[in-house]
Design a protein around this ligand. Structure first.
Ligand code: SAH
Length: 406
């Protein structure tokens, strides 16, 4: 997937060396975000990696067909034949993808800072790392003084994590357990801290959150904590004529042939891509905040109303969703945002193209609702229903659109 013209200034080329003094903080100031949780805006100095997505179409496999196995791939060739757009970096966690996730310094440095700068949360505590991957978060926790860390990882990467733990001299503190969180037996009845990096594209794609909630309900002490403990989803609207033309309208005339049947498919698949902040036409609306320490698994399904008020005369081609996560149990609130005004992360943003091009005047509002729920057949996929209407001077429209993230 190409980068948008005049793309996010914060983007650094993939694979570039990262700054050693990166603080990994990336929270939006909350200025443009209605009802946003009060967060501290911290200048991001570090560079982040930026994964390229593969424009693959075809196959009606869902992510369940390859999810667990694919996390352990060292090459992506086999998976490529199985997948749909958007190409999920996290689903195909080959060593290259693992590296790129780790090199996402906004992500990884934030976790590192949360752990190192709040060692009081970890000292002599029993920690559970849900979906440990290479074991990086477990290593941070061990270094911060945890009494014991149980690192649970269901993919073959668990074997690597064991070796990594040993190589780094933490075998006495970290126990790597290979298996699904839902199936393994933990050697202890309770843990004090659950840490996990479970977020998917559009926050909920891959729905690993339910695995964290399962672990919380089964093992977390009454006064135990979950890190991160808050996640919020936001929506805004963008001008995106050039990209809509390139990604969607392209199918109308392909070397003289009508391939618009593919256009229908392209429309229902949200596009994971970075959006330039200059494309934003309206305010950014908070849709939903999830409190990971309290929420029920069913809360991942929700309907949220929105009102997006134009800040200038422009056209709207798409709505854009993004999320932030925060660690409110830290001495000082910490977290990061994946919004277009923040430094880019490997989650980029999620673009929902509209059937209509909206001609909007400053002060007019697109109102509607977004309904989000896990797909019935495969709960790791996400079904999205968008209802929107605009009753403006130059444009009156009302429509319902359905999207599927898979
Ligand atoms: N904690 C690591 C990896 C995060 S990616 C890091 O921060 O770099 C999420 C990991 O969770 C993947 O490695 C995936 O294989 C694992 N995972 C997903 N669902 C799981 C489950 N139900 N049980 C155990 N591991 C799971």
């Amino acid at each position: 997937m190409g980068r948008r013209k005049g793309g996010n200034k914060a983007l650094a080329p993939s694979g570039q060396k990262t700054s050693p003094d990166a603080d990994g903080m990336n929270l939006d100031g909350g200025k443009e975000q209605e009802e946003a949780p009060e967060v501290v805006a911290i200048e991001e100095k570090a560079e982040s990696s930026n994964l390229e997505d593969s424009p693959l179409i075809g196959s009606d496999k869902t992510s369940a067909d390859y999810y667990f196995d694919s996390y352990s791939h060292f090459g992506i060739a086999r998976s490529l034949s199985l997948i749909h757009k958007p190409f999920s970096a996290r689903l195909l966690a080959s060593s290259r993808k693992r590296r790129e996730m780790l090199k996402d310094v906004v992500r990884t440095k934030t976790y590192q800072n949360v752990i190192y700068q709040n060692s009081f949360l970890f000292k002599n505590k029993v920690v559970l790392d849900v979906g440990a991957g290479t074991g990086i978060l477990s290593l941070f926790c061990a270094k911060a003084g945890a009494k014991h860390v149980y690192a649970v990882e269901c993919s073959l990467m668990a074997d690597m994590a064991k070796e990594i733990v040993q190589t780094n001299g933490y075998s006495n503190v970290i126990t790597v357990l290979k298996g699904k969180v839902e199936e393994i037996e933990l050697p202890v009845a309770h843990v004090d801290v659950i840490i996990s990096e479970w977020m998917g594209y559009f926050l909920l794609f891959e729905n690993m959150l339910n695995t964290v909630l399962y672990a919380r309900d089964k093992w977390l002490n009454n006064n135990g904590i979950v890190l991160p403990d808050k996640a919020s989803l936001y929506l805004t609207a963008i001008e995106d004529a050039e990209y809509k033309e390139d990604k969607i309208e392209f199918w109308n005339n392909v070397y003289g042939f009508d391939m618009s049947c593919i256009k229908k498919q392209a429309m229902i698949e949200p596009l994971v891509d970075t959006v330039d902040q200059n494309q934003i036409v309206t305010n950014c609306q908070l849709l939903k905040t999830m409190d990971i320490s309290k929420m029920a698994p069913g809360d991942v399904s929700f309907m949220a109303p929105f009102k997006l008020v134009a800040e200038r005369n422009d056209y709207i081609h798409a709505l854009v969703a993004y999320f932030d996560v925060s660690f409110t149990k830290c001495h000082k609130l910490m977290g990061f945002s994946t919004g277009p005004r923040s430094k880019a992360t490997h989650w980029k943003q999620t673009v929902l193209y509209l059937e209509d091009v909206l001609t909007i005047c400053e002060g007019e509002a697109v109102v509607g609702s977004l309904t989000v729920e896990p797909n019935e057949r495969n709960p790791r996929d996400v079904d999205i229903m968008l209802k929107y209407s605009l009753n403006g001077q130059h444009c009156q429209v009302s429509r319902t659109q359905h999207y599927k993230m898979r």
